[in-house]
Design a protein around this ligand. Structure first.
Ligand SMILES: NC(=O)C1=CN([C@@H]2O[C@H](COP(=O)(O)OP(=O)(O)OC[C@H]3O[C@@H](n4cnc5c(N)ncnc54)[C@H](O)[C@@H]3O)[C@@H](O)[C@H]2O)C=CC1
Ligand SMILES: O=C(O)CCC(=O)C(=O)O
Length: 365
């Protein structure tokens, strides 16, 4: 069980590698390097009991390689629980490519990465995450079949992000029902942090329902474009976490619920797309519970994307994608009620259901 988010300078030189960072019984971690294309990537395969490990590739300009390793360990573990709780026959994996996509991403680099994915022989399937586009997956597809999130024009299910946003919207409504007694978002003040592929679509869905949406992003151009397109306000303050609102929707990067932010939070519900929102689930989960903040577990409500890309492997169509994504509403409500009844955090309640499913499959093997 992960107890801490380590940073590079906290690494203990005398301790075993596997006991550090966010290692949590990961099955395999693959380091990939190619000087010609500038590729430095890490593929994390957390668990393959339910099926091949599937999870997107994140391309990001990490401060250190240790941060990249820590991220892939955390992200791949989250995918194991995401697939398990969503009822998919998939394991958990994820990849990171180190570097700024705007500066170093080329088709050659993506193909080289795809060749590394191919060497795993289908144990890991990749897809999009931060820093990736559907067109990048099309490029990877030229060198390996172990990739999802392919363009519809090339026979894939297309960009998963709108479906992810729809699932988050379902989870947000369920959390609102639990917290406020009704699931209407009309009139609710919602802070959306990160208005990228998923965040923008969430802004559309919530603002169309009449929510008072406030957006925040580090990209000023996007902020202005999205504000104009949907008629929503741009956050103008200097501390989003201290803002009074009904719902906080983290849709940028993870670990925004942390030691520095948790005391400031005034919202009643946290429901967003970002993976690994809790910096430390064993500390910040219980603290949210104590504060009476309803946390909709990220890996549960942001599963629309994996549902969408899994369709490419299983062959189900649009109707099933939407039906499975809408089920996130009921699952979220069940888990929030279960957590309350058993006095555990919502995150722990969701993990225990996911772990039970994995354990049951392991027993059958
Ligand atoms: N795309 C998908 O289908 C899925 C995405 N996720 C997660 O959802 C999150 C968002 O994913 P995408 O929308 O695809 O990524 P994206 O890269 O398209 O968007 C992220 C946005 O966050 C902004 N951002 C970065 N740092 C920020 C900060 N400190 N404050 C405010 N904004 C900041 C970026 O400028 C960008 O606009 C990620 O954590 C990703 O892992 C989870 C499941 C599926
Ligand atoms: O949405 C995707 O691209 C695939 C699933 C994934 O990587 C995720 O849910 O984080």
């Amino acid at each position: 069980m992960i107890t801490e988010v380590f940073t590079a300078n906290q690494l203990k030189k005398e301790a075993p590698v596997f006991g550090q960072l966010s290692f949590d019984n990961h099955e395999q971690v693959v380091f990939c390097q190619d000087k010609d294309t500038g590729l430095k990537a890490i593929i994390g395969v957390h668990n393959t009991i339910l099926g091949p490990a599937l999870g997107g590739t994140r391309m990001y300009d990490y401060a250190t390689e240790w941060d990249a390793l820590n991220d892939v360990l955390r992200l791949s573990r989250g995918m194991t629980y995401k697939a398990a709780i969503t009822g998919l026959n998939l394991g958990g994996g994820k990849a990171v490519i180190i570097g700024d996509p705007k500066k170093i991403k080329t088709p050659e680099l993506m193909k080289r990465f795809g060749k590394f994915v191919h060497t795993l022989g289908g144990k890991y399937y990749t897809a999009e995450d931060v820093g990736m586009e559907t067109s990048d997956m099309d490029t990877v597809r030229e060198v390996t079949p172990y990739v999802t999130g392919i363009s519809e024009s090339k026979g894939g299910a297309g960009n998963p992000s709108p479906v992810t946003a729809y699932g988050v919207y379902m989870g947000m409504k369920a959390a609102s029902k639990f917290a406020y007694g009704n699931d209407a978002l009309e009139g609710k003040r919602i802070l959306v942090q990160g208005i990228g592929h998923v965040g923008e679509e969430l802004v559309r869905l919530t603002s169309e329902e009449g929510a008072k949406v406030i957006i925040s992003d580090i990209n000023q151009e996007r902020l202005e474009a999205v504000s104009t397109k949907y008629g929503v306000d741009i956050y103008k303050g200097d501390d989003l976490y201290a803002e009074t609102a009904d719902i906080y929707a983290p849709c940028a990067l993870g670990a925004t619920v942390n030691d520095q932010t948790i005391d400031k939070l005034k919202v009643k519900v946290i429901a967003g797309a970002a993976n690994n929102q809790l910096a430390n689930e064993n500390i910040h989960g219980p603290l949210l519970q104590k504060k009476g903040i309803v946390y909709a577990p990220d890996f549960l409500i942001n599963a629309g994307g994996i549902i969408n890309v899994y369709a490419e492997i299983e062959g189900y169509g649009r109707d099933q994608i939407i039906a499975k994504t809408e089920k996130i509403y009921d699952t979220t409500l069940d888990i929030l009620n279960k957590a309350k009844a058993t006095n555990v955090t919502t995150n722990a309640a969701a993990i225990s259901i996911a772990e039970d499913r994995i354990a049951a499959r392991k027993n059958e093997m």
